[in-house]
Design a protein around this ligand. Structure first.
Ligand SMILES: Cc1ncc(COP(=O)(O)O)c(C=O)c1O
Length: 385
């Protein structure tokens, strides 16, 4: 059910390979295209629409805040900002008691790296093969493959090297007293929903502690309930010094957060960090609504259940296996995942791909139901293996 009438990109910079689809409205897990046809959204606006579309509490919170006061910057106190921070800290249930709100995942990582470099007074950052952290100077410098493909800056702003995935011995050899921090996506998103696993993350934590380096979890994609836990840090019971999150945090209202341990927060001074729009009242109203709905609608339990159901039922047709956690799912395909994605879209189901050409990535809203998974299973079954 792709949309041949989808427009070209007109006046927009043509930096995105767009899907053949134009969305005009959406509700729940359903998108409606320009021809009035419904599509099942298993892509969630790239992991953003955790509550799905037109969630009444989210919509009401934004409307109410827009009427009350749409913006004051961080130099003016607002109760909604304080409430959103307190709620995020409570939701995470990790020893990360302070929050710095920003606007995007890349900006959150940029600030996390800055805090780590300044705090340790060291110049080297280690990242992990396959990881993606954003498009800005620092976040791009620690993104796997960026230098070769799209980085664009003449040099990285600090020393960077990459750890191989899964090799515990390399951690000991490469993370040293010269290392300021290791930045890692505990469950890698763009790489195709690759769970690095508890043992690997524990080894990173132990080695960072041994050499006085900091551990940064980039949970921009895998955080805020996507794994069926508040964060992958909770799932794997490994606590970082800094944690970044975005995407599902605002359910589509642009926002992100950097969560800090008490010692790191205590070292911050006025002007150590800054932002105009970060922590704006509309963003904070959205965050409050999202975290409240995840709890009151018992969405974490549902994410775990539906994630299991996908894994148990969707290894059919061109799908030969699965990986990931919760509703960050990688379906391994016997043929190029892009082909399978295009065929699903023809049948009215939107799925994502990943940097692994044989992995189809699902990032559906947390409100997904069994009947939607059954539709995916039936559609996959119909496709050539
Ligand atoms: C794990 C991870 N980190 C960082 C980013 C960058 O976030 P943003 O696009 O909001 O800057 C992304 C975006 O896909 C991501 O998946």
């Amino acid at each position: 059910m792709s949309d041949p009438a989808a427009p070209d990109q007109g006046f927009l910079a043509s930096v995105f390979a767009q899907y053949p689809l134009e969305v005009v409205s959406a509700e729940g897990v359903w998108l409606r295209n320009a021809r009035g046809e419904r599509l099942l959204d298993l892509y969630g606006g790239h992991a953003v629409a955790g509550l799905g579309y037109a969630h009444p509490a989210w919509t009401a919170a934004l409307e109410q805040q827009a009427r009350a006061c749409q913006f004051q910057s961080n130099v003016v106190a607002m109760a909604v900002r304080e409430r959103a921070a307190a709620q995020l800290v409570r939701f995470a249930a990790l020893p990360l008691p302070r929050v710095f709100f920003v606007n995007s995942g890349a900006e959150a990582n940029e600030n996390a790296l800055k805090v780590a470099l300044r705090h340790t007074q060291r110049a080297q950052i280690l990242a992990v093969e396959g990881g993606f952290h954003g498009r800005t100077a620092a976040a791009g410098a620690v993104s796997w493959g960026a230098r070769e493909k799209w980085y664009g800056f003449p040099r990285a702003p600090f020393e960077v090297s990459f750890l191989p995935r899964g090799r515990l011995q390399a951690i000991e050899a490469q993370v040293t007293e010269a290392t300021a921090a290791v930045i890692v996506e505990p469950v890698q998103g763009l790489a195709g929903a690759v769970d690095l696993g508890r043992e690997y993350l524990q080894a990173l934590r132990a080695r960072c502690d041994a050499v006085g380096a900091l551990l940064i979890f980039d949970e921009v994609q895998c955080g805020v309930g996507r794994t069926g836990y508040p964060f992958a840090a909770n799932l794997h019971q490994v606590v970082p010094d800094l944690l970044t999150c975005a995407k599902a945090l605002g359910n589509g209202f642009p926002c992100a957060a950097l969560m800090l341990s008490a010692p790191l927060a205590a070292a911050l001074r006025p002007e150590s960090l800054g932002t105009t729009f970060g922590g704006g009242p509309l963003a904070c109203a959205a965050i409050e609504a999202v975290l409240t709905a995840i709890e009151s609608d018992q969405l974490l339990e549902r994410v775990r259940r539906l994630g299991e159901y996908i894994r148990a039922s969707c290894c059919v047709g061109p799908v030969s296996g699965h990986q990931g956690q919760g509703l960050l799912v990688g379906l391994r395909t016997t043929r190029p995942a892009k082909q399978v994605q295009a065929e699903l879209l023809e049948g009215g189901i939107l799925a994502g791909t990943s940097s692994d050409p044989q992995v189809l990535r699902l990032l559906p809203p947390y409100i997904l139901e069994e009947q939607h998974v059954d539709m995916l299973r039936d559609a996959l079954r119909e496709l050539p293996p």
